[in-house]
Design a protein around this ligand. Structure first.
Ligand code: NAG
Ligand code: NAG
Ligand code: NAG
Length: 385
């Protein structure tokens, strides 16, 4: 859930023409190897060649104008970044490497008997452009589970932080100090050639993604539970399954919800505050841990990721004020009270979208299927004008 104010990265027209071509070409070369790094190693040189050719052809093409308002508006509306992994269409919402959310739900691998896609599959799709096979997704689950263990200094840092430190601050702190393990830093200081940067960035990114659920679960358990109970990672379970287990939940629907949730939030063009910050800091060759932690500090703001929390807080306040049985009139009154006091009603969506965000739609469908009578869900439905 997020309110977005700044969109800087929309080379939309150019992308619309180019991305489908790129995806078509990539799909033809779809590779059955389960070794993601090897697959990338075979794709990256071709991809670099293609970009080089494209720049040669279009390098001087103008993509927009910059006005004074845009500059004062924090770069609002400026087309200024390339994002190959996804495109945000104002009518349709997000497409990941050309696939819409319903298409991803249909085409990406699921666990046996499951109905929601695995985030591992979306990750494979994002980085390679190919819809992965079951075997590729299984291999990725296993690889992340194997890389998941936290070094002791990260665990003791988290265990020593007081509850009053916001979970996002704990998260960014843990990720920052994880950079003691950075393979990129080691390679850089030993003078590795710049054409090999991607290999070490890849290693760090894979380690980081693998460790994120363990960090998040440790924070959750320390902050909201008694801090015990994070077991050893089971390498036969997928990323979301172990995450929910570590959080302390074993409800099968919740595991499926996490799979869906993590899948649909894994990419949303490159121009939001956190994604842009991560790239910006990374452009200084700060390692992936430092870059990601910087992005997470942006995500912690109320107009970005914290909007999630704001929505829940607002719905709780609504419930406190009007109870569980309320009339439309009472609801309107409460919303006006919020607006008149100069606050925003936090909501789901993206400033660019002209239609309902498909990330909302698929979660709504999930809720209608699995928890239609949940009071919080019902309140969110009726306040969604
Ligand atoms: C598939 O990936 C392997 C590396 O695992 C690579 O050697 C091979 O060239 C790739 N095949 C295609 C068609 O790209
Ligand atoms: C991962 O999931 C499996 C199966 O639910 C569980 O046995 C194992 O303890 C989990 N690992 C963690 C770290 O929770
Ligand atoms: C910001 O963009 C990144 C990268 O596209 C995406 O993974 C993330 O979900 C977006 N953040 C929010 C709050 O939507």
């Amino acid at each position: 859930m997020a309110l977005f104010r700044v969109t800087t990265s929309r080379l939309q027209d150019a992308q619309k023409q180019i991305i489908p071509q790129i995806s078509v070409v990539l799909r033809q070369m779809s590779n059955s190897s389960t070794d993601l790094k090897a697959v990338l190693a075979s794709k990256i040189p071709k991809e670099q060649e293609k970009v080089k050719k494209f720049r040669k052809q279009h390098g001087n093409t103008k993509v927009g104008e910059v006005t004074v308002d845009m500059m004062y508006g924090g770069m609002r509306g400026i087309k200024g970044l390339i994002c190959e992994t996804s495109v945000l269409d104002p009518d349709e919402g997000i497409r990941f490497r050309g696939l819409s959310i319903p298409e991803c739900q249909k085409q990406l691998p699921k666990v046996e008997g499951g109905s929601e896609p695995l985030p591992e599959g979306l990750f494979w799709l994002l980085v390679t452009g190919d819809v992965p096979t079951d075997a590729q997704v299984k291999a990725l689950s296993k690889e992340w589970a194997e890389r998941a263990e936290l070094p002791p200094h990260v665990v003791s840092l988290l265990n020593n932080l007081p509850n009053k430190v916001h979970p996002m601050s704990q998260f960014a702190a843990a990720v920052t100090v994880l950079n003691s393990e950075s393979k990129f830093v080691k390679a850089y200081s030993s003078g590795v050639h710049k054409t090999k940067y991607w290999e070490y960035t890849y290693e760090d990114s894979m380690d980081l993604i693998a460790k994120l659920p363990v960090i998040a679960a440790t924070i959750y358990r320390n902050t909201y539970k008694d801090g015990s109970g994070i077991g050893a990672i089971d390498t036969s379970k997928d990323w979301s399954h172990n995450f929910t287990t570590m959080l302390g939940f074993d409800n099968a629907d919740f595991i499926e919800l996490m799979r869906l949730y993590l899948t649909i939030h894994s990419d949303h063009e490159g121009g939001n505050v956190s994604a842009h910050t991560t790239h910006l800091v990374g452009s200084a060759l700060s390692d992936p841990y430092l870059s990601f932690a910087a992005g997470m500090n942006g995500l912690a703001g109320p107009l970005h990721g914290l909007a999630n929390q704001e929505v829940l807080v607002w719905l709780e306040k609504l419930r406190e004020s009007v109870g569980e049985k309320y009339t439309e009139e009472q609801l309107k009154e409460f919303i006006w009270k919020t607006l008149k006091s100069g606050q925003v009603v936090p909501g789901y969506g993206h400033a660019v979208l002209r239609k309902t965000d498909p990330r909302y739609t698929c979660q709504r469908e999930f809720a209608l299927k699995h928890l239609p009578n949940d009071p919080l869900f019902k309140a969110s439905l009726s306040s969604n004008f």
